[in-house]
Design a protein around this ligand. Structure first.
Ligand SMILES: [Zn+2]
Length: 227
């Protein structure tokens, strides 16, 4: 009887300890698994915001870079068209072809006496007296249309200008400073005073200066008043 009780108590004592060890192992394993699970969650939480946060600002940067150049380019092209527009509408600038006394006036509406031909006739320009060799200048910016020797008016230069104006310079010296096709500017020398106009030889050395607007004769004084 006593052996049975001993073996029974011994078995019960060992089983108690085994159960304790198993419980301790179970707690340890579950604790380890819980720890691993928590660290995995933490790693996911920390990596997710980093990737999401880094992508968003990059998209914004690209969007800002793409939209910024569009607005300045339209602003810069608009003023360029505004600056070119007034250049074409500038009024013509004129100036005297030379300094001197006007010895014969413009007379297309009334006859004037010509001392050379000794008769009355119209006069399509003004005659400005000056010493032979005095420089004659373009009365406005333009292009030399032609130069020629006129039987009655002598060596002549024709310059075409903006707005349909044409200026003609006659009784010049045969040695001209320009030829057809030359671009000339206001005040640029085109030749010198001569005595080549046989029809006005009685006036001595002078410039016969005439102007047309769209091929219609006009008073050179009015052309020069344009400024
Ligand atoms: Zn004349």
């Amino acid at each position: 009887m006593s052996d049975n009780k001993n073996t029974g108590r011994g078995f019960n004592g060992k089983g108690y300890y085994i159960a304790l060890i198993l419980c301790a192992a179970a707690i340890g394993i579950s604790g380890y698994l819980y720890y691993r699970n928590q660290t995995a969650k933490d790693s996911l939480q920390t990596t997710a915001p980093v990737t999401a946060g880094s992508n968003v600002p990059r998209k914004d940067d690209v969007a800002v870079i793409a939209t910024r150049p569009a607005t300045p380019s339209t602003e810069t092209t608009a003023p360029s068209t505004e600056t070119t527009a007034p250049a074409t509408t500038e009024p013509i600038k004129t100036g005297l072809p030379l300094e001197g006394n006007t010895v014969a006036a413009y007379a297309m509406d009334a006859l004037s006496y010509n001392e050379t031909t000794r008769d009355w006739r119209v006069h399509n320009g003004i005659d400005i007296a000056a010493e032979a060799g005095t420089e004659v200048c373009a009365a406005a910016d333009g292009v030399v249309y032609t130069t020629y020797e006129d039987e009655s008016m002598g060596t002549t230069v024709v310059i075409r200008h903006q707005d349909g104006y044409t200026t003609k310079y006659s009784s010049l010296d045969a040695d001209l400073a320009v030829s057809a096709g030359d671009e000339v500017s206001l005040g640029q020398a085109i030749g010198c005073i001569g005595e080549t106009a046989l029809m006005e030889s009685a006036l001595g050395p002078h410039l016969h200066f005439s102007v047309t607007c769209n091929d219609v004769p006009m008073d050179p004084a009015e052309f020069l008043e344009l400024g």
